[in-house]
Design a protein around this ligand. Structure first.
Ligand SMILES: Cc1ncc(COP(=O)(O)O)c(C=O)c1O
Length: 450
């Protein structure tokens, strides 16, 4: 018997019942039964400027009235030009070209194809096509994006379709594969890239892709300070493009415009989405270095790729209004300050026997759950099962978090992300932290571990 009787929606989880949300305001969501939820994960670290922002609704309405759709192959529109100016204005130096799409998977898939075609355009002919990626990474669900992703539970049903791209270890310091001490390790996980390039042959490798701060796949993994500079240097040495996947970490999420800014590393391309439209409209992009664009200009003149809704004027007008809201309300600084405060407020989790690690940057915070803190042994019963339980209990405590699993070789591992809208204030941070501490305390007791 269907559980969710009375509707025709094919939800991701077909067994779960879903509260019907009727309104959102700031960091809060309200359902039809009158429950209020603090949106502690901004959906999926998307709704960065918070819910119910009137200036954004107005911009969408006005653009829909002016012109709702033009196809990027024939026309420009004011919103795309304005968005291009704004985003490149805050981007790392040299990333001057914005290729517009509708979401994160389209953005990373476009990076994969842009990297391949770039070498064809630049060199006339090229064998460079292999993208090296990392385990415990998520770059999206379309087949190219999933081939680059290193999150085993999401890959497993589709492995027969996936491209044979090599993966190296992510900087997962809590479970360091080298059992090294962070800060003095010499980042062997970054040097793995050089070995991987040599194994494949640099003449076949087009790009390396990585999330500067890992999001959904492992719960806010922040690399050691030397990590990204070493990656940049290796990519330069082997003529390999560095793609920073900032779909989740971009637009203020980590307390800087883009996460790479923390380490002053300039990638060749960045994939963007989520916070770019803040959930008001499906919006994503590739930000590419001018030299990449120039290779197309001098070469064939056309990127053999595109999606119908790339550059949709209403989505881009939304992006412009969202962008202005970020800057007018100082949300990047607020993310840094409230993130630090939230970390501090979560400190009592250190006494919870099922909390192994709390980590992150700005308002991108990960909590890893373990069965045994001393050995770091994950919970049995399947990847993400305990994270789902934690999320259910936290919803009963009035906060929503974003669960994930499988970071321990795909067979186990439980974590969740805390990533509220960047508009969160001090009182809301304390409310969020208190609910998480209380909810995880209840879970530990229910598991007989406290
Ligand atoms: C880093 C990263 N890249 C790509 C994606 C895929 O984005 P989308 O779900 O919009 O296709 C996600 C989604 O969570 C992500 O976190």
């Amino acid at each position: 018997m269907p559980v969710d009787e009375g509707n025709h929606i094919f939800f991701r989880n077909v067994r779960r019942t879903h509260p019907l949300v009727v309104r959102g305001e700031g960091v809060y969501l309200y359902d039809e039964a009158g429950n209020r939820y603090l949106d502690g994960c901004a959906g999926a670290l998307v709704a960065n400027i918070g819910h119910g922002v009137e200036s954004v609704a107005r911009a969408m309405y006005e653009q829909a009235q002016t012109v709702g759709f033009t196809h990027l192959s024939r026309f420009a529109s004011r919103p795309i030009l304005e968005l291009g100016e704004r985003v490149t204005g805050i981007a790392p130096e040299g990333l001057d070209r914005l290729y517009l799409v509708s979401g994160g998977s389209e953005a990373t898939e476009s990076c994969l194809k842009m990297a391949r075609q770039y070498f064809l355009e630049r060199d006339g002919s090229s064998q460079k096509h292999v993208v090296i990626a990392r385990w415990n990474a998520y770059h999206g669900n379309t087949l190219g994006a999933l081939s680059m992703s290193g999150t085993i539970p999401r890959r497993r049903p589709y492995t027969p379709y996936l491209l044979d791209f090599p993966h190296i270890n992510a900087p997962y310091c809590y479970r360091c594969p080298y059992e090294a001490r962070p800060g003095r390790c010499g980042v062997p996980c970054a040097h793995e890239l050089e070995d991987a390039i040599n194994r494949v042959g640099a003449e076949y490798v087009s790009a390396f892709i990585a999330e500067p701060v890992v999001g959904a796949a492992a719960g806010a993994l922040v690399p050691p300070a030397e990590y990204l500079p070493v990656i940049r240097e290796i990519c330069d040495r082997y003529d390999v493009l560095f793609i920073a996947d900032e779909v989740m970490s971009g637009f203020g999420r980590t307390g800087a415009h883009f996460a790479v800014d923390h380490w002053n590393v300039v990638p060749d391309m960045m994939s963007l989405a989520k916070g770019m439209g803040s959930g008001y409209a499906p919006l994503g992009a590739v930000l590419a270095r001018e030299e990449i664009w120039e290779a197309f200009w001098r070469g064939s003149g056309a990127f053999v790729h595109g999606h119908t809704y790339g550059g949709n004027p209403v989505a881009c007008a939304t992006g412009v209004a969202v962008f202005d809201y970020y800057l007018e309300h100082g949300l990047v600084d607020n993310s840094a300050h409230m993130g630090a405060l939230l970390m501090e407020a979560l400190a009592p989790l250190g006494d919870n026997p099922i909390v192994g690690d709390v980590r992150g940057l700005g308002l991108m915070i990960g909590v890893e759950l373990v069965a045994d803190r001393a050995t770091r042994a994950p919970f049995p019963g399947g990847p993400g099962r305990m994270a789902e339980r934690a999320t259910g209990i936290l919803m009963d405590h009035g906060v929503v978090v974003y669960p994930g699993g499988g970071s321990v070789e795909g067979r186990a591992g439980d974590h969740f992300l805390i990533g509220p809208p960047l508009v969160i204030d001090e009182g809301e941070v304390r409310e969020l932290a208190a609910a998480v501490i209380e909810g995880l305390g209840a879970l530990a007791r229910a598991e007989g571990r406290a």
